[in-house]
Design a protein around this ligand. Structure first.
Ligand SMILES: [Ca+2]
Ligand SMILES: [Ca+2]
Length: 340
Protein backbone atom coordinates (compact mmCIF):
# COMPACT_ATOMS: atom_id res chain seq x y z
CA UNK A 1 0.00 0.00 0.00
CA UNK A 2 1.51 3.30 -1.04
CA UNK A 3 0.35 6.78 -0.39
CA UNK A 4 1.21 9.44 -2.85
CA UNK A 5 4.70 10.65 -2.20
CA UNK A 6 3.60 14.24 -2.02
CA UNK A 7 0.35 15.64 -0.88
CA UNK A 8 -1.60 17.16 -2.41
CA UNK A 9 -0.54 15.39 -5.51
CA UNK A 10 -2.35 12.68 -3.65
CA UNK A 11 -2.43 10.54 -6.65
CA UNK A 12 -5.86 11.82 -6.75
CA UNK A 13 -5.98 11.91 -10.40
CA UNK A 14 -9.51 11.19 -9.86
CA UNK A 15 -9.61 14.38 -8.19
CA UNK A 16 -7.56 16.10 -10.59
CA UNK A 17 -9.97 15.05 -13.04
CA UNK A 18 -12.72 16.65 -11.36
CA UNK A 19 -10.69 17.15 -13.11
CA UNK A 20 -19.21 13.59 -6.49
CA UNK A 21 -31.78 6.94 -2.20
CA UNK A 22 -30.65 2.77 -1.14
CA UNK A 23 -32.29 2.33 -1.33
CA UNK A 24 -33.68 0.18 1.06
CA UNK A 25 -34.62 2.55 3.66
CA UNK A 26 -35.91 6.01 3.59
CA UNK A 27 -37.07 7.95 0.58
CA UNK A 28 -35.36 11.28 0.54
CA UNK A 29 -36.39 14.71 -0.55
CA UNK A 30 -33.77 17.37 -0.82
CA UNK A 31 -34.24 20.97 -1.66
CA UNK A 32 -31.88 22.30 -4.23
CA UNK A 33 -31.27 25.47 -6.11
CA UNK A 34 -33.30 24.30 -9.06
CA UNK A 35 -36.05 22.65 -7.05
CA UNK A 36 -36.65 19.46 -5.15
CA UNK A 37 -35.71 16.04 -6.50
CA UNK A 38 -37.45 12.98 -5.17
CA UNK A 39 -35.21 10.04 -4.41
CA UNK A 40 -37.35 6.91 -4.22
CA UNK A 41 -36.39 3.97 -2.08
CA UNK A 42 -34.82 1.27 -4.23
CA UNK A 43 -33.81 -2.24 -3.24
CA UNK A 44 -30.39 -3.78 -2.93
CA UNK A 45 -31.06 -6.88 -5.05
CA UNK A 46 -28.36 -7.08 -7.74
CA UNK A 47 -29.27 -7.13 -11.42
CA UNK A 48 -28.29 -10.05 -13.64
CA UNK A 49 -26.77 -9.14 -16.97
CA UNK A 50 -26.27 -11.83 -19.61
CA UNK A 51 -22.91 -11.87 -21.35
CA UNK A 52 -22.45 -9.96 -24.56
CA UNK A 53 -20.31 -7.71 -26.68
CA UNK A 54 -20.11 -3.95 -26.76
CA UNK A 55 -18.01 -1.09 -28.06
CA UNK A 56 -15.68 -0.34 -25.15
CA UNK A 57 -13.91 3.00 -24.94
CA UNK A 58 -14.42 6.35 -26.60
CA UNK A 59 -12.31 8.17 -29.15
CA UNK A 60 -12.20 11.94 -29.58
CA UNK A 61 -12.54 13.02 -25.94
CA UNK A 62 -9.55 12.05 -23.77
CA UNK A 63 -6.76 10.02 -25.32
CA UNK A 64 -6.61 7.49 -22.50
CA UNK A 65 -10.18 6.33 -23.23
CA UNK A 66 -9.47 4.88 -26.66
CA UNK A 67 -9.17 3.20 -28.99
CA UNK A 68 -12.71 1.92 -29.14
CA UNK A 69 -12.64 -1.87 -29.37
CA UNK A 70 -15.38 -4.49 -29.59
CA UNK A 71 -15.22 -6.30 -26.27
CA UNK A 72 -16.97 -9.40 -24.94
CA UNK A 73 -17.77 -10.15 -21.31
CA UNK A 74 -19.39 -13.14 -19.63
CA UNK A 75 -22.62 -12.66 -17.71
CA UNK A 76 -22.62 -11.48 -14.07
CA UNK A 77 -24.77 -9.91 -11.37
CA UNK A 78 -24.14 -6.28 -10.39
CA UNK A 79 -25.29 -4.00 -7.59
CA UNK A 80 -28.03 -1.72 -8.77
CA UNK A 81 -26.62 1.19 -6.80
CA UNK A 82 -23.31 2.34 -5.34
CA UNK A 83 -22.46 0.66 -2.03
CA UNK A 84 -24.07 2.83 0.63
CA UNK A 85 -23.03 3.88 4.10
CA UNK A 86 -25.89 1.76 5.41
CA UNK A 87 -24.43 -1.33 3.75
CA UNK A 88 -20.89 -0.55 4.80
CA UNK A 89 -22.02 0.08 8.37
CA UNK A 90 -23.59 -3.40 8.45
CA UNK A 91 -20.23 -4.83 7.39
CA UNK A 92 -18.39 -2.86 10.07
CA UNK A 93 -20.91 -3.87 12.71
CA UNK A 94 -20.55 -7.54 11.79
CA UNK A 95 -16.78 -7.61 11.56
CA UNK A 96 -15.34 -4.73 13.58
CA UNK A 97 -13.44 -3.65 10.49
CA UNK A 98 -11.39 -0.44 10.69
CA UNK A 99 -10.71 1.38 7.43
CA UNK A 100 -7.34 2.63 6.23
CA UNK A 101 -8.41 6.27 6.76
CA UNK A 102 -9.03 5.53 10.45
CA UNK A 103 -5.57 4.13 11.10
CA UNK A 104 -2.26 5.89 11.78
CA UNK A 105 -0.25 6.55 8.65
CA UNK A 106 3.04 4.73 8.09
CA UNK A 107 5.64 7.37 7.07
CA UNK A 108 7.32 4.81 4.81
CA UNK A 109 4.34 5.06 2.50
CA UNK A 110 5.45 8.50 1.41
CA UNK A 111 8.81 7.35 0.15
CA UNK A 112 10.47 10.55 1.34
CA UNK A 113 12.35 11.32 4.58
CA UNK A 114 10.02 11.66 7.56
CA UNK A 115 11.05 15.25 8.21
CA UNK A 116 9.78 16.17 4.75
CA UNK A 117 6.25 14.98 5.42
CA UNK A 118 3.74 17.57 6.68
CA UNK A 119 2.74 16.45 10.19
CA UNK A 120 -0.97 16.49 9.41
CA UNK A 121 -0.40 13.97 6.64
CA UNK A 122 0.68 11.42 9.22
CA UNK A 123 -2.62 11.66 11.07
CA UNK A 124 -5.49 9.36 10.10
CA UNK A 125 -7.64 11.11 7.52
CA UNK A 126 -8.69 11.45 3.94
CA UNK A 127 -8.97 13.92 1.05
CA UNK A 128 -12.00 16.18 1.10
CA UNK A 129 -13.20 18.42 -1.70
CA UNK A 130 -12.97 21.97 -0.42
CA UNK A 131 -13.95 24.41 -3.16
CA UNK A 132 -12.10 27.70 -3.48
CA UNK A 133 -13.93 30.98 -3.96
CA UNK A 134 -11.89 31.83 -7.03
CA UNK A 135 -11.46 30.26 -10.48
CA UNK A 136 -8.67 27.73 -10.67
CA UNK A 137 -7.46 24.79 -12.69
CA UNK A 138 -5.04 23.62 -10.02
CA UNK A 139 -6.43 20.76 -7.97
CA UNK A 140 -4.23 21.74 -5.06
CA UNK A 141 -6.74 24.56 -4.63
CA UNK A 142 -9.68 22.26 -3.90
CA UNK A 143 -8.35 19.01 -2.44
CA UNK A 144 -7.44 19.13 1.22
CA UNK A 145 -6.15 16.31 3.35
CA UNK A 146 -8.41 16.47 6.40
CA UNK A 147 -7.26 14.62 9.54
CA UNK A 148 -10.22 12.80 11.01
CA UNK A 149 -12.12 12.50 7.72
CA UNK A 150 -13.30 8.97 7.05
CA UNK A 151 -16.44 7.16 5.92
CA UNK A 152 -18.23 7.96 9.19
CA UNK A 153 -17.26 11.65 9.12
CA UNK A 154 -17.02 12.34 5.40
CA UNK A 155 -16.37 16.07 5.78
CA UNK A 156 -14.01 15.73 8.73
CA UNK A 157 -14.47 15.65 12.50
CA UNK A 158 -16.35 18.96 12.59
CA UNK A 159 -18.78 18.03 9.80
CA UNK A 160 -21.98 15.98 9.73
CA UNK A 161 -22.07 12.23 10.23
CA UNK A 162 -22.55 9.66 7.48
CA UNK A 163 -25.95 9.48 5.80
CA UNK A 164 -27.32 5.94 5.40
CA UNK A 165 -28.37 6.10 1.78
CA UNK A 166 -25.44 8.06 0.40
CA UNK A 167 -22.58 6.16 -1.22
CA UNK A 168 -19.77 5.22 1.12
CA UNK A 169 -16.59 7.20 0.39
CA UNK A 170 -13.09 7.65 1.80
CA UNK A 171 -12.24 3.99 1.32
CA UNK A 172 -8.93 2.56 0.17
CA UNK A 173 -8.69 -0.42 -2.15
CA UNK A 174 -8.13 -2.82 0.75
CA UNK A 175 -11.29 -1.59 2.45
CA UNK A 176 -13.36 -2.24 -0.66
CA UNK A 177 -11.90 -5.71 -1.09
CA UNK A 178 -12.66 -6.55 2.54
CA UNK A 179 -16.26 -5.46 2.10
CA UNK A 180 -16.55 -7.43 -1.14
CA UNK A 181 -15.28 -10.60 0.53
CA UNK A 182 -17.80 -10.22 3.34
CA UNK A 183 -20.65 -9.51 0.91
CA UNK A 184 -19.80 -12.43 -1.37
CA UNK A 185 -18.96 -10.32 -4.38
CA UNK A 186 -15.95 -8.76 -6.03
CA UNK A 187 -14.86 -5.47 -7.54
CA UNK A 188 -15.87 -5.43 -11.24
CA UNK A 189 -13.38 -5.38 -14.06
CA UNK A 190 -13.40 -2.19 -16.09
CA UNK A 191 -14.96 -4.08 -19.00
CA UNK A 192 -17.78 -5.45 -16.83
CA UNK A 193 -18.45 -2.04 -15.36
CA UNK A 194 -18.51 -0.28 -18.73
CA UNK A 195 -20.66 -3.00 -20.30
CA UNK A 196 -23.18 -2.54 -17.49
CA UNK A 197 -23.02 1.26 -17.65
CA UNK A 198 -23.29 1.64 -21.41
CA UNK A 199 -26.38 -0.62 -21.59
CA UNK A 200 -26.15 -1.02 -25.32
CA UNK A 201 -25.49 2.61 -26.16
CA UNK A 202 -22.18 4.00 -27.35
CA UNK A 203 -20.61 6.50 -24.95
CA UNK A 204 -21.27 10.11 -26.00
CA UNK A 205 -19.70 13.29 -24.69
CA UNK A 206 -22.87 15.03 -23.56
CA UNK A 207 -23.44 16.08 -19.95
CA UNK A 208 -26.45 14.02 -18.85
CA UNK A 209 -29.45 15.52 -17.10
CA UNK A 210 -30.17 12.26 -15.21
CA UNK A 211 -26.90 12.09 -13.30
CA UNK A 212 -25.30 13.97 -10.45
CA UNK A 213 -22.51 16.03 -12.02
CA UNK A 214 -21.57 19.72 -11.83
CA UNK A 215 -23.34 22.52 -13.68
CA UNK A 216 -21.51 25.81 -13.68
CA UNK A 217 -17.89 26.81 -13.75
CA UNK A 218 -15.86 24.34 -11.70
CA UNK A 219 -14.50 24.68 -9.03
CA UNK A 220 -15.93 27.93 -7.67
CA UNK A 221 -19.49 28.11 -9.00
CA UNK A 222 -21.99 25.26 -8.75
CA UNK A 223 -25.40 26.03 -10.23
CA UNK A 224 -26.84 22.81 -8.77
CA UNK A 225 -29.22 22.44 -11.71
CA UNK A 226 -29.35 18.68 -11.11
CA UNK A 227 -30.51 19.17 -7.53
CA UNK A 228 -27.32 18.42 -5.62
CA UNK A 229 -24.26 20.48 -4.88
CA UNK A 230 -22.34 17.52 -3.50
CA UNK A 231 -22.89 13.81 -3.21
CA UNK A 232 -26.49 12.61 -3.60
CA UNK A 233 -28.26 9.64 -2.04
CA UNK A 234 -28.21 6.69 -4.42
CA UNK A 235 -31.15 6.37 -6.77
CA UNK A 236 -32.12 10.03 -7.20
CA UNK A 237 -31.74 9.90 -10.98
CA UNK A 238 -33.32 7.66 -13.57
CA UNK A 239 -31.61 4.28 -13.94
CA UNK A 240 -30.01 3.23 -17.20
CA UNK A 241 -31.54 0.63 -19.50
CA UNK A 242 -30.07 -2.13 -17.30
CA UNK A 243 -31.89 -0.77 -14.25
CA UNK A 244 -28.66 0.53 -12.68
CA UNK A 245 -28.53 3.82 -10.82
CA UNK A 246 -25.78 6.43 -10.80
CA UNK A 247 -23.34 4.47 -12.95
CA UNK A 248 -22.50 7.85 -14.42
CA UNK A 249 -21.88 10.58 -11.89
CA UNK A 250 -22.44 10.86 -8.14
CA UNK A 251 -19.20 9.09 -7.13
CA UNK A 252 -16.49 7.57 -9.28
CA UNK A 253 -16.47 3.79 -9.02
CA UNK A 254 -13.36 1.69 -8.54
CA UNK A 255 -12.70 -1.29 -10.79
CA UNK A 256 -10.18 -4.10 -10.39
CA UNK A 257 -8.12 -3.14 -13.46
CA UNK A 258 -4.74 -1.58 -12.97
CA UNK A 259 -4.58 1.67 -14.90
CA UNK A 260 -2.72 2.37 -18.10
CA UNK A 261 -3.64 5.08 -20.60
CA UNK A 262 -5.63 3.57 -23.46
CA UNK A 263 -7.06 0.14 -24.22
CA UNK A 264 -5.11 -2.75 -25.69
CA UNK A 265 -6.86 -3.26 -29.07
CA UNK A 266 -6.12 -6.99 -28.98
CA UNK A 267 -7.48 -7.66 -25.48
CA UNK A 268 -11.15 -8.17 -26.35
CA UNK A 269 -12.37 -11.23 -24.46
CA UNK A 270 -13.16 -10.60 -20.79
CA UNK A 271 -10.22 -8.22 -20.44
CA UNK A 272 -8.83 -7.68 -16.96
CA UNK A 273 -6.47 -4.81 -17.70
CA UNK A 274 -2.70 -4.75 -17.56
CA UNK A 275 -0.63 -6.72 -15.08
CA UNK A 276 0.53 -4.76 -12.05
CA UNK A 277 4.04 -4.39 -13.41
CA UNK A 278 2.57 -2.86 -16.56
CA UNK A 279 0.42 -0.34 -14.69
CA UNK A 280 1.23 3.27 -15.45
CA UNK A 281 -0.54 6.40 -14.34
CA UNK A 282 0.97 9.60 -15.75
CA UNK A 283 -0.37 11.55 -12.79
CA UNK A 284 1.27 9.15 -10.36
CA UNK A 285 4.23 7.47 -11.99
CA UNK A 286 5.71 4.74 -9.87
CA UNK A 287 2.37 3.87 -8.30
CA UNK A 288 0.10 1.08 -9.55
CA UNK A 289 -3.18 2.95 -9.75
CA UNK A 290 -6.54 1.25 -10.15
CA UNK A 291 -9.01 2.37 -12.81
CA UNK A 292 -12.07 4.35 -11.79
CA UNK A 293 -15.12 4.91 -13.95
CA UNK A 294 -18.06 7.18 -14.63
CA UNK A 295 -17.11 10.54 -13.16
CA UNK A 296 -18.51 12.19 -10.07
CA UNK A 297 -20.51 15.13 -8.76
CA UNK A 298 -17.40 17.20 -9.45
CA UNK A 299 -17.32 16.65 -13.21
CA UNK A 300 -18.16 19.80 -15.17
CA UNK A 301 -17.96 20.72 -18.84
CA UNK A 302 -15.13 23.21 -18.20
CA UNK A 303 -12.91 20.78 -16.38
CA UNK A 304 -13.80 17.09 -16.29
CA UNK A 305 -16.02 15.81 -19.06
CA UNK A 306 -16.08 12.40 -17.42
CA UNK A 307 -19.84 11.90 -17.00
CA UNK A 308 -19.77 8.97 -19.45
CA UNK A 309 -19.54 5.17 -19.31
CA UNK A 310 -16.23 5.22 -21.18
CA UNK A 311 -14.50 7.68 -18.86
CA UNK A 312 -11.55 6.28 -16.96
CA UNK A 313 -8.75 7.48 -14.75
CA UNK A 314 -6.17 6.11 -12.39
CA UNK A 315 -6.71 6.23 -8.66
CA UNK A 316 -4.33 5.82 -5.75
CA UNK A 317 -5.39 2.56 -4.10
CA UNK A 318 -4.07 3.62 -0.70
CA UNK A 319 -5.96 6.81 -0.04
CA UNK A 320 -9.66 7.52 0.03
CA UNK A 321 -11.37 10.65 -1.21
CA UNK A 322 -14.80 12.23 -0.91
CA UNK A 323 -15.80 11.54 -4.52
CA UNK A 324 -14.86 7.89 -5.05
CA UNK A 325 -16.95 4.84 -4.17
CA UNK A 326 -17.67 1.43 -5.68
CA UNK A 327 -20.22 -1.27 -6.33
CA UNK A 328 -19.88 -5.03 -6.50
CA UNK A 329 -20.43 -7.73 -9.10
CA UNK A 330 -21.17 -11.40 -8.41
CA UNK A 331 -20.36 -14.51 -10.41
CA UNK A 332 -23.51 -16.28 -9.21
CA UNK A 333 -26.72 -15.35 -7.46
CA UNK A 334 -25.66 -13.39 -4.37
CA UNK A 335 -25.82 -15.57 -1.27
CA UNK A 336 -26.18 -12.82 1.31
CA UNK A 337 -29.79 -11.89 2.02
CA UNK A 338 -30.52 -8.64 0.32
CA UNK A 339 -33.02 -5.89 0.77
CA UNK A 340 -35.33 -6.39 -2.18
CA1 LIG B 1 -24.70 18.08 -8.90
CA1 LIG C 1 -21.28 6.48 -9.91
Amino acid sequence: MIRSPLFPALALTVLASAAACSNGDVPVERQAAAGARHCPAIGDAPVHLPGGSFAMGEDDVYAEEGPVRQTRVDGFWIDRHEVTNRQFAAFVKATGYITVAEKPVDPKQFQVPADQIPPDMLKPGSAVFTPPEFPSNNYNDWWKYVPGANWKKPYGPDGPDWVPNEPVVHLAWDDMVAYAKWAGGRIPTEAEWEYAASAGKPSRNVQPTEANSWQGSFPNYNAEADGFKGVAPVGCYQPNANGLYDMVGNVWEVTSDFFRPGHDPADRDNPKGPDEDQAYDPFNPGMPSRTVKGGSYLCAPNYCQRYRPASRQGRDPGLGTSNVGFRLVYDGPPARPVNQ
